[in-house]
Design a binder for this molecule. Structure first.
Ligand code: FE2
Ligand code: FE2
Length: 278
């Protein structure tokens, strides 16, 4: 016999189901609203992030434009300083007998030595560009002494020994790193490693490296060039004098590390001299 469900219990079941459906629908609606809310929140956060990112990009662009403009200005200033000093240098050479090619060779020697020593390209270039101004202080030395053909008297020599400090005072006091290097070179290019140089009698590492580099390069060039008191020496003779001395120039005048470098690059210096002398 089949069991029959009474209409009352069926109605009760339907009612139950309806209530469950209403509850489930309400729950689902609540979930949907929550989801919608958090999605909205995420979307707003995303928009804020995007706006911040755009803002940062604008700042970065503005900063770059400002930086480029500043850099251009300081490069122009550096170039202007440099050009005016090169002109002063040229003016000085009208009274000194040091030739334009000496200045040019010195820049090349200095770069070859600095690079071989292991300095970076930028630093080597800085020393090379500053090299031409090493004797700029000679502009303050009286012509009678600067152009004298014979040997200098003791007092004249004392006067001549002022050119490094004069040069340094001409070059200092600007914000230019190039001129600062040039000033160091001007002041120290007659110092010797053993302390027997001038004007301060500095010894060893107390002499700024750019000054030590220019000193050996300047000596090489002076030995290769004719002077009123000596003929131009060959590369071989000059090489021997720098490494072994001749009584006047001595190996202990030079930074031993730079003597090693000289041993390695001497052929390069000879090529520079041969390609660039008047
Ligand atoms: Fe000098
Ligand atoms: Fe020189």
């Amino acid at each position: 016999m089949e069991c029959e469900t009474s209409p009352e219990s069926l109605a009760a079941q339907v009612n139950d189901l309806q209530q469950q459906l209403v509850q489930t629908t309400a729950q689902l609606e609540k979930y949907a609203t929550d989801l919608n809310r958090s999605w909205e929140r995420e979307r707003e956060r995303g928009q804020q992030l995007e706006a911040t990112y755009q803002q940062l990009q604008t700042y970065a662009r503005d900063l770059k434009v400002a930086y480029d403009a500043e850099k251009r200005k300081s490069d122009e200033l550096e170039q202007a300083h440099y050009t005016s000093l090169l002109r002063l240098n040229r003016a000085m050479r009208y009274k000194d007998d040091e030739s334009a090619s000496h200045i040019e060779r010195l820049s090349y020697y200095a770069k070859a030595i600095a690079l071989h020593l292991g300095l970076g390209e930028a630093q080597a270039q800085m020393i090379s560009s500053a090299a031409p101004m090493h004797d700029i202080g000679k502009i303050g030395i009286p012509d009678a002494i600067l152009l004298k053909k014979g040997p200098l008297s003791a007092e004249e020599w004392e006067e001549m020994k002022k050119h490094p400090a004069l040069g340094a005072s001409l070059l200092k006091g600007t914000p230019s790193p190039l001129l600062e290097t040039a000033g160091k070179i001007a002041l120290s290019h007659h110092e010797r490693w053993d302390g027997s140089g001038y004007p301060q009698g500095l010894k060893g590492e107390a002499i700024p490296l750019p000054g030590r580099i220019i000193m050996i390069a300047d000596q090489y060039d002076a030995l290769r060039s004719p002077r009123p008191y000596k003929p131009a020496f060959t590369h071989e003779r000059t090489y021997d004098i720098i490494l072994n001395g001749d009584g006047r120039t001595l190996p202990q005048h030079f930074d031993p590390r730079l003597l090693e470098v000289f041993r390695d690059v001497h052929q390069q210096l000879a090529t520079i001299y041969d390609g660039l002398h008047d």
